[in-house]
Design a protein around this ligand. Structure first.
Ligand code: HEM
Length: 420
């Protein structure tokens, strides 16, 4: 593609969006397979649940949530390049990086299903494919951040860039957790506080630092919010709290000073998110048709509540963490991304997605300690599996509808054709 200003402005990334959404559907089906296998569904009894969880979470994080966020950043840079800024923006570079990010997630999927983090056997040879591809994936992220910083150079720092700068910094920082995990394996460290803690650091810093700050930036972009003290203070609190929240997710015994850091970081993140929500409300209000922002209100509330020590311990031991993870990654991130899904707009399909997400979250209750013992029946976990189908069925519908609508659009003669 020639890098004329006009070409940059019309950077569409439709194919990449479709590929990412298709990955969401496949990863969602894998989540349902996990649920069915856990419920004792005989045909899936051979599945290793740990491997299935890894395959699901990597495809969701690598190929679904991350590439569309990269696209949104690239598109704003493209727009700035047409206005005389972002002089180093190259659409082709961003497109290649985004495609590589999707591909790497896809490549890790089958090896994760077959062998998790252990070596995968291909005929006579055995290779640590998932480790190789995941490491490659991290280099693709570094390449993205580098391209972002180069293109971003010289642009005035508004609320959106400020959040996206931090998001990119956290994207790179989160990988420290993955490198540390590798180092611990090499050094044969078995202390769960370190091995588990390094993975928690990666997943939590990635989810909050990269995905949530990235989506917050996107929410401000949509509303064209003006920079202000509340948003700046919110961003500073988030940046200070995010690297330490992983401590609050620890269930193992940790020194009380560390535990206090965990609670304080949850408080900083809760207040930081609330200040951003306040700014978003001031610049356009929050309505029911903004389901991703409504989900963010619940996330902010949960962070504030979890800053209270006994509540956090109770939530961790009751198994509420998984519901919280999906409230954030499905409710805020996925819903926020689908709100700008660019293909021909399947309004009805998109409108049902919040209900689908709500069904998934509600049917996760029996997997927590909140579900009364008396209500467990042999069918309870099949009910959980059934509820888990709702979001990926919604995703499939959006894909099919957008394909149908684009086909109709393409089949319709253009005004020039009818004039001729
Ligand atoms: C389409 C709907 C989804 C379904 C049916 C689903 C289902 C599941 C299931 C069954 C698990 C394993 C639960 C367990 O360990 O007991 C899981 C874990 C996980 N999911 Fe999802 N999920 C969905 C959407 C997402 C999305 C959109 C993301 C991220 C963008 C995501 C990220 C994760 C992560 C990171 C974990 C691992 C959590 C942990 O153990 O720390 N999921 N999901």
């Amino acid at each position: 593609m020639k890098n004329t200003p006009h070409a940059e402005h019309s950077v569409q990334f439709s194919l990449e969006w479709t590929a990412a959404l298709a990955c969401f559907v496949v990863a969602g089906i894998t989540g349902t397979a996990f649920r069915l296998a856990a419920a004792g569904f005989e045909p899936l009894s051979g599945l290793n649940l740990g491997y299935v969880r890894n395959a699901h979470s990597h495809l969701m994080l690598f190929s679904w949530a991350t590439p569309p966020l990269m696209i949104l950043m690239a598109q704003r840079l493209a727009l700035k390049s047409t206005q005389g800024g972002a002089k180093n923006f190259r659409a082709r570079t961003f497109r290649r990086i985004i495609r590589a990010a999707i591909m790497i997630g896809v490549l890790t999927f089958v090896p994760f299903l077959i062998s998790g983090y252990t070596s995968t056997k291909i005929g006579p040879i055995s290779l640590p494919l998932t480790i190789i591809f995941s490491t490659l994936g991290m280099f693709v992220w570094y390449a993205f951040s580098l391209a972002y910083w180069r293109a971003r150079e010289g642009l005035a720092r508004d609320s959106v860039w400020r959040l996206w700068d931090w998001a990119n910094a956290f994207l790179c920082l989160s990988t420290l957790g993955a490198w540390a995990r590798g180092a611990f394996i090499g050094m044969k460290v078995t202390d769960a506080r370190l091995t588990h803690g390094s993975i928690q650091f990666f997943v939590i810093t990635f989810s909050f630092g990269w995905l949530t700050l990235g989506m917050l930036g996107e929410f401000h972009r949509r509303r064209n919010t003006q920079p202000g003290r509340a948003a700046d203070l919110g961003t500073a609190l988030l940046a200070a709290g995010i690297p330490l929240i992983f401590i609050s997710a620890q269930t193992a015994q940790i020194p009380s000073i560390l535990s206090a850091c965990g609670h304080l970081s949850a408080l900083a993140v809760g207040v930081g998110l609330s200040l951003h929500l306040y700014t978003l409300r001031e610049s356009g209000g929050i309505r029911w048709r903004n389901p991703s922002i409504i989900a963010l209100i619940f996330v902010a509330g949960a962070m504030l509540i979890s800053a209270v020590p006994p509540i956090l311990n109770w939530a961790n031991t009751t198994g509420l963490r998984l519901i919280f993870v999906h409230l954030l990654l499905l409710g805020v991130v996925t819903m926020g991304l689908l709100e700008v899904y660019p293909r021909a707009t399947p309004i009805k399909a998109r409108g049902l997605m919040p209900a689908a997400i709500l069904i998934l979250l509600a049917t996760m209750l029996p997997t927590t300690g909140l579900w009364p013992r008396a209500l467990y029946t042999p069918w309870t976990f099949y009910f959980v599996a059934l509820g888990s189908t709702a979001p990926w069925l919604g995703g499939t519908w959006i894909l099919m509808e957008s394909y149908r609508l684009s086909a109709i659009k393409e089949a319709r003669p253009s005004p020039e054709q009818t004039a001729r």
